[in-house]
Ligand binder design. Structure first.
Ligand SMILES: CC(C)(COP(=O)(O)OP(=O)(O)OC[C@H]1O[C@@H](n2cnc3c(N)ncnc32)[C@H](O)[C@@H]1OP(=O)(O)O)[C@@H](O)C(=O)NCCC(=O)NCCS
Length: 156
């Protein structure tokens, strides 16, 4: 069964924080060291609560449980796309990205971009995003390599 996608609601906050923390600690940790993961796996609950609502955010449900989430900023930047470790490679992120791309077309955005982790790069490449550059981001005293990637938005 494909995941069910719906808009994020305020009551989803704990579930998406849980997905984020598990995904960073158990999936992203394949590609970054322990100090980098510790810096990344931190959540300011108030800031998250605001940010999840100040832009479109979608959740993906499998058997009624939140398995992943993604967002779209008004400038076409995808800031968040995370899938629970228990639900990897089941099309969850692809379903979320389809929704993001549809929203981008409706908003007449020209380009989508993201700062893809080493872990997420193959997923975005599979979906026709291209690497613009590799970059090193400072995060709570750590330095993490990721990739600015972009994809033109297909006209409706
Ligand atoms: C990247 C991520 C979002 C992909 O989520 P997912 O739901 O497992 O992805 P999908 O099942 O939709 O994958 C679709 C296709 O992308 C490609 N793909 C996905 N993950 C891949 C991986 N680790 N290695 C190679 N290809 C991959 C495959 O072609 C896959 O199709 P297949 O499973 O039939 O081979 C997920 O691995 C994740 O949460 N990673 C950690 C968080 C992260 O780095 N987020 C991005 C922050 S910038």
């Amino acid at each position: 069964m494909p995941p069910v996608i719906r808009r994020y609601e305020a009551a989803d906050l704990d579930a998406v924080v849980g997905v984020f923390l598990r995904s960073v600690r158990e999936v992203v940790s394949r590609d970054y060291d322990a100090a980098q993961i510790a810096a990344w796996a931190q959540v300011d609950r108030d800031a998250w609560s605001r940010r999840r609502l100040d832009r479109p955010t979608w959740v993906a449900l499998i058997d009624g449980v939140i398995a992943g989430f993604g967002d779209l900023q008004s400038d076409g930047h995808i800031d968040m796309l995370f899938v629970d470790p228990a639900c990897q490679r089941r099309g969850v992120a692809s379903a979320l990205l389809d929704t993001v791309e549809l929203a981008a077309r409706v908003q007449r955005l020209a380009v989508l971009d993201t700062d893809a982790s080493i872990t997420a790069r193959p997923f975005f490449e599979k979906h026709a995003f291209q690497v613009v550059r590799s970059q090193v981001m400072a995060l709570r005293g750590q330095h993490l390599t990721n990739f600015r990637m972009k994809k033109p938005v297909r006209a409706v």
